[in-house]
Design a protein around this ligand. Structure first.
Ligand code: ZN
Length: 179
């Protein structure tokens, strides 16, 4: 087996972090095997959306033209997260079944006490899965930092109505194969 030196791994990690910084307020995992370690803060917010011409558009509900045209509706859940590796606050747009996983795990792993790993496996619309697991108990220093975070207004985020996505992120808004 070909083993890459530490320098390769360090540089790759640096570039991933750099890209996340450029990505701004949304947590994106683009490569298979890529993971983020996060704490979840605040309340979740549901976003129903349609995928139209390469954009995710929030469904306004009653009287929606896309619903009337039978455009597929996808349910997502927005969550504020603090990345415990780089300390950054980001919104994670979870497939609804991942939210169910989190809900279940949170029964035994207090969200105020634990960080979680979100790992992407696979690429493309059909093969992408997100695996959620408890990561580590939060240290007091981490908790203090998290307490300082000023979460995004998810209500506003939903009202704003659309999120820019890479074509590859279409996987995020299709029905999840884990269902
Ligand atoms: Zn609609």
């Amino acid at each position: 087996m070909n083993r890459l030196s530490k320098e390769w791994g360090d540089l790759q990690e640096k570039l991933v972090q750099h890209r996340r910084t450029l990505d701004g307020k949304y947590l994106r995992l683009r490569n298979s095997g890529e993971a983020a370690h996060v704490a979840f803060i605040g309340n979740p917010k549901q976003r129903d959306q349609h995928w139209v011409n390469g954009r995710a558009l929030t469904c306004p509900g009653k009287g929606c033209g896309f619903c009337e045209a039978d455009e597929k509706l996808t349910v997502k859940v927005l969550l504020n997260t603090v990345d415990i590796d780089d300390g950054k606050l980001r919104i994670f747009e979870a497939p609804h079944n991942l939210f169910s996983d989190l809900f279940r795990l949170a029964q035994e792993h207090d969200l105020a006490e634990w960080s979680f790993s979100i790992r992407r496996e696979g690429t493309g619309v059909i093969n992408t899965r997100y695996i959620l697991k408890p990561h580590r108990e939060l240290t007091q220093a981490q908790k203090d930092k998290i307490a300082m975070a000023d979460p995004y207004d998810l209500e506003m985020e939903v009202a704003n109505g659309s999120s820019r996505m890479d074509p590859d992120d279409e996987a995020l808004i299709t029905e999840d194969p884990l269902d």
